[in-house]
Write a protein that binds this ligand. Structure first.
Ligand code: NAP
Ligand code: MG
Length: 498
């Protein structure tokens, strides 16, 4: 078992990447920016701050690689072998990648080691393995025709990703895009550039040709905007906020009408009916569904809807689980709840807590900034009971560890409150009644519904939102369709076999 001192010693000896990867080479940008660790507010390193020039160089290199077919022209088995080689190399650096992720984002090292990096590796492997198993179609034509529907890669994919699961989200975009034969230019979040840069280096080692997977670090307003406005980018695949999602659709409209896929936020409800089969399991899920990753999760179950008859009993159980969650140093292997990603995110969470107090929410757990002496950005797990469905906390995404608890009277009431949101990413429900489970699951307007359990992050199932939670799906084979066009090819058959 590692100790905190062991992990700190390893962190000190890490060599952190600083430069973009463009056309297979490490490339400095004209500027750099300070990459700060939310663990203690100290400078980790200075990272390339890419702008329009660096984005243009990366897009040109991606286009050249696409046009000369150095990647898409490889046999499917060969592409698969190289993606599996990348997964192996990532596996070999699991410890280092996890440390970088924890230092950059403030998440517990145990989560980075046990969740983020393994799931990123699984994603690369899963899409690598899929490459030689995806078929096109033969149409039901008459004897004089042979019609094929074939998948064609789109070309150059711009991926813009957030800081909450930095490498995992980056691989949700890059892996299926690469598997379909595209080239990729990835702009990771400014707060968390390290793992993407390292994996782009490993991709070259794995034999993914130069220019096929480029990473340009920098700010959204500069690098991100330049990528999304570029006339030679065929698609932007985005995970992040609705505000930026709206801008991306405008940039696409104002430039070359590139496709856009958006994975945005949520205000996901978790509904606990009075016949919940396991109140203790539901209480664990209610707490961890909003406190995992410090609440910085797009599917966070930030609205807990409890049947009024079990409100007090259930709330007591949730509070007891929350009391076991200690805020700690992200590098301590025992920590399960770490730092917020940035001072900005900390302040924004504190503003939501203040608003909830003013609007009559009853604070039952947490509510304060803690560990301030560390220089890092820590907020306690926080629960408000008696939250009005019309209040800020019930309507706006916090993206921090704040749970709002509400009650409902009957099934129709639960569905109405759950769907009373502009979002539609995830939802959960707990009941022993199969008919109710099926009926409610179908009635909830959300892209993901979990019954009697919360998220298991299953790569085999599509992930994405309804309504203002976005459109387009990550994960599963459906994600591959997004990075391809369908081409219909029809042969007219002149000969006869007679
Ligand atoms: P964000 O501000 O939307 O940033 C996401 C990415 O977009 C970052 O790389 C950012 O660059 C970039 N960006 C910002 N402005 C841009 C612009 N004008 N043009 C192009 N790119 C731009 O979101 P965030 O703060 O990183 O993440 C939190 C949000 O993401 C939350 O609202 C959450 O709900 C959402 N989220 C959704 C999902 C999902 O799957 N549905 C998953 C995770 C997060 P910078 O690094 O410079 O800001
Ligand atoms: Mg950082």
């Amino acid at each position: 078992m590692q100790t905190l001192d062991d992990v700190i010693a390893r962190a000190r000896s890490l060599s952190l990447p600083t430069r973009c990867i463009v056309d297979g080479k490490e490339t400095a940008a004209r500027d750099t920016y300070d990459n700060v660790s939310p663990r203690d507010g100290t400078l980790l390193n200075k990272v390339a701050s890419g702008g329009a020039a660096e984005i243009d160089a990366a897009v040109r290199s991606a286009r050249a690689a696409f046009d000369d077919r150095r990647w898409r022209g490889l046999a499917p088995r060969e592409k698969k072998a190289r993606m599996l080689a990348l997964a192996e190399l990532m596996e070999g650096e699991l410890q280092e990648l996890a440390l970088m992720e924890s230092l950059d984002s403030g998440k517990p090292i145990s989560d980075a080691l046990g969740v983020d990096i393994p799931l990123a590796i699984q994603t690369v492997r899963w899409y690598g393995e899929a490459i030689d198993k995806v078929y096109g179609e033969v149409g039901p034509s008459n004897d004089s025709k042979l019609s094929l529907a074939v998948h064609e890669p789109l070309g150059v994919i711009g991926a813009i990703t957030p800081w909450n699961f930095p490498l995992h989200m980056a691989m949700w975009k890059a892996a299926p895009a690469l598997a379909m034969g595209n080239s990729v230019v990835l702009k990771p979040a400014e707060q968390t550039p390290l793992t993407a840069l390292r994996v782009a280096q490993l991709a070259i080692e794995a034999g993914i040709p130069a220019g096929v997977f480029n990473v340009v670090t920098g700010f959204g307003e500069t690098a991100g905007q330049a990528l999304a406005r570029h006339d030679d980018v065929d698609m932007i695949a985005f995970t992040g906020s609705g505000a930026v999602g709206r801008k991306l659709m405008s940039y696409a409209g104002e430039s070359n009408l590139k496709r856009v896929s958006l994975e945005l936020g949520g205000k996901s409800p978790q509904i606990v009916f009075d016949d919940c089969p396991d109140l203790q399991a539901a209480a664990e899920a209610a707490a961890w569904a909003v406190f995992f990753n410090q609440g910085e999760v797009c599917t966070a179950a930030s609205r807990l809807l409890v049947h009024e008859s079990i409100r007090d009993e259930f709330l007591a159980k949730v509070i007891a689980v929350a009391a076991t969650i200690k805020v700690g140093d992200p590098l301590d292997p025992a920590t399960r709840f770490g730092a917020m990603v940035s001072e900005e995110q900390l302040n924004s969470t504190m503003r939501f807590i203040e608003a909830a107090k003013k609007e009559g929410g009853r604070l039952v757990v947490g509510g304060d900034r803690v560990r301030e002496d560390s220089g890092g950005y820590f907020v306690e797990p926080t629960i408000f009971a008696d939250v009005a469905p019309s209040s800020t906390l019930a309507r706006q995404e916090v993206f921090g560890p704040v749970l709002g608890v509400m009650t409902f009277e009957d099934t129709a009431d639960a569905i109405r409150i759950a769907n009373d949101t502009v979002y539609g990413l995830a939802a959960g429900l707990w009941t022993a009644n199969v008919d109710r489970a099926i009926g409610v699951a179908r009635a909830l307007r959300a892209g993901l519904v979990w019954v009697n359990g919360w998220d298991s992050c299953d790569i085999t199932m599509p992930f994405g939102g309804f309504k203002q939670s976005g459109f387009g799906r990550d994960r599963s084979l459906h994600a591959m369709d997004k990075y391809a066009d369908l081409k219909a090819i029809t042969f007219t058959i002149r000969g006869s076999i007679d």
